[in-house]
Design a protein around this ligand. Structure first.
Ligand code: S3P
Length: 174
């Protein structure tokens, strides 16, 4: 079976930073769904939302996710916060290997995303938007994940350690 470690969770949970570090440590390929969408379309996430709308962005997202989760190399995938919204994505995630939910309190997320630059769903008041999205999405992250790491108060390296541990892949720090 192909080794796949997928990170899910809200914007600001640390999926990209932690995913990169984990992939480096494991010597596995690294893929970030947002970066793949940008590479496939030549547009930033914000441009896609503004020019083609959220549905078009979600369609691109589903397509890159399917590709990322069906390759035959060992890979760490950081899956953008909204991938769990589509049932077809959730089904794909559930059959794709180890899926770790980086769970954070909304206050932690708000502190990390700042003014929400580059994240079109965050609007005028990122803290309020994040709390609203978090409420809706928690059960979906729970549904797709095989393990959970609570990231509040942890450094990225500490999170990597816990992720590797819950995934049964050792630890980054020995
Ligand atoms: C989104 C999360 C973002 C990006 C877009 C929408 C979401 O990715 O795909 O702004 O709906 O949660 P990150 O989770 O990597 O920030």
């Amino acid at each position: 079976m192909v080794d796949r470690l997928v990170l899910v969770g809200m914007m600001g949970a640390g999926k990209t930073t932690v995913g990169r570090l984990a992939a480096d440590h494991l010597g596995w390929r690294y893929l970030d769904s947002d970066a793949e969408v940008v590479a496939a379309t030549g547009c930033t996430v914000r441009e896609l939302f503004a020019e083609r709308g959220e549905d078009a962005f979600r369609a691109e997202e589903a397509s890159v996710l399917a590709e990322a989760l069906t390759g035959d190399e060992s890979v760490v995938v950081s899956a953008a916060g909204g991938v769990v919204l589509a049932e077809s994505n959730r089904r794909l995630l559930m059959g794709s290997g180890t899926v770790v939910w980086l769970r954070a309190r909304p206050g932690t997320l708000a502190g990390r995303v700042g003014s929400g630059d580059g994240r079109p769903l965050l609007g005028e008041d990122p803290a309020v938007s994040l709390a609203d999205l978090d409420r809706v999405r928690r059960p979906l992250y729970e549904e797709v994940s095989t393990a959970v790491v609570d990231v509040d108060g942890l450094t990225p390296l500490q999170v990597v350690d816990r992720v590797l541990e819950v995934a049964g892949l050792g630890t980054a720090t020995g």
